[in-house]
Design a protein around this ligand. Sequence first.
Ligand SMILES: [Ca+2]
Length: 140
Amino acid sequence: MAGFNNLGDLTYTNERVYQKGTVAAGLVFFTTHEPSNDVCASGGTARLYALDFVTGTAPESPIFDITGDGVVDENDIIQIGDEYFIPIGIEIGQGVPHAPIVDIQNEIALIPMSTGEVKVVKIDLPGSSIELKGWREVVQ
Ligand SMILES: [Ca+2]
């Protein structure tokens, strides 16, 4: 992963959303594509975002492994000046991304790319997204 998008640098004026989002654990995950400024170049930059499904704001805890250490924790919160921000997105590589598939059990997002590659992004979903509320026995 090449880097991340942070709240202090939302200046991707050519960034576009081509696909529907995916809702999981109270978040909407969606992908964007920013074409290269060089008209002769292919690829462009793909990003994966996660926002609160109800408010459209940043998640309350880190979702993405910004540091690239394989763990999503407080070190994945970014500091700009004296303020701390939960990153809302992460760069996932070159190419046009399809809609993300969110695997809530393994806490990964799978993003098929126009290149044929499938990007796998470690995510940390807030709270327990699956909770057993009860069951009913079926006797035959
Ligand atoms: Ca990390």
